[in-house]
Design a protein around this ligand. Structure first.
Ligand code: OFO
Length: 188
């Protein structure tokens, strides 16, 4: 065997080692769909808020939708970088109506809890499969979910405190409750 073919064999052995296992690739592709849906869900909620006079709430949701799109892209790039193939899915249509801002944020919290469980499931699989690269990649999402859930619970507490009659003030102030993208503390 000449040096060139020896190098090719070594390169393909290394590739085999670092390539994503099919199981991990599939579950990461499932997460692409969930992150894409999260972005669309928050856009749909933003549209409801904007057309019901809550421009502050809409601003919060538009910003959240942008963050979810970044999560969506992170998974796409990660799969492709690891030698898998990211599949861009069709996304189901989110709901269009909410009875109140409080109901809307209860739905946001429910959805974020679902995403947390989904991320944790991938963390579990990465450990089972001894895929430490994926495990490491996921740690950012684990922390992000802690922050997102805390931020939405904080908003829900405020909605309950101000009550229905003070929604003007709540809507005016909600953007000060935003946690900066990718970590950090809320400004209020
Ligand atoms: Fe809201 O979370 Fe994405 O990951």
């Amino acid at each position: 065997m000449n040096i060139q073919s020896e190098n090719n064999v070594i390169t393909s052995k290394i590739k085999l080692k670092i390539m994503l296992k099919k199981k991990v690739e599939d579950i990461c592709n499932r997460q692409i769909e969930r992150e894409g849906y999260s972005s669309n869900l928050y856009l749909a909620m933003a549209s409801w808020a904007e057309t019901n006079g809550f421009s502050g709430v809409a601003g919060w949701l538009y910003a959240q939708a942008d963050e979810e799109r970044i999560h969506f892209l992170k998974f796409i790039k990660y799969i492709n970088e690891r030698g898998g193939k990211a599949v861009i899915p069709a996304l189901k249509q989110p709901g269009t109506e909410y009875k109140s801002v409080e109901e809307l944020f209860r739905e946001v919290l429910k959805h974020e809890e679902f995403i947390t469980a989904s991320i944790n499931e991938i963390v579990g699989l990465s450990l089972e499969e001894k895929d430490f690269n994926t495990h490491n990649f996921l740690q950012w999402f684990v922390m992000e979910q802690v922050e997102e859930e805390a931020s939405v619970r904080n908003i829900l507490d405020k909605v309950k405190l101000v009550g229905k009659n003070n929604m003007y003030q709540f809507d005016r102030d909600i953007l000060t409750l935003r946690t900066p993208a990718g970590g950090g503390t809320a400004t209020a």
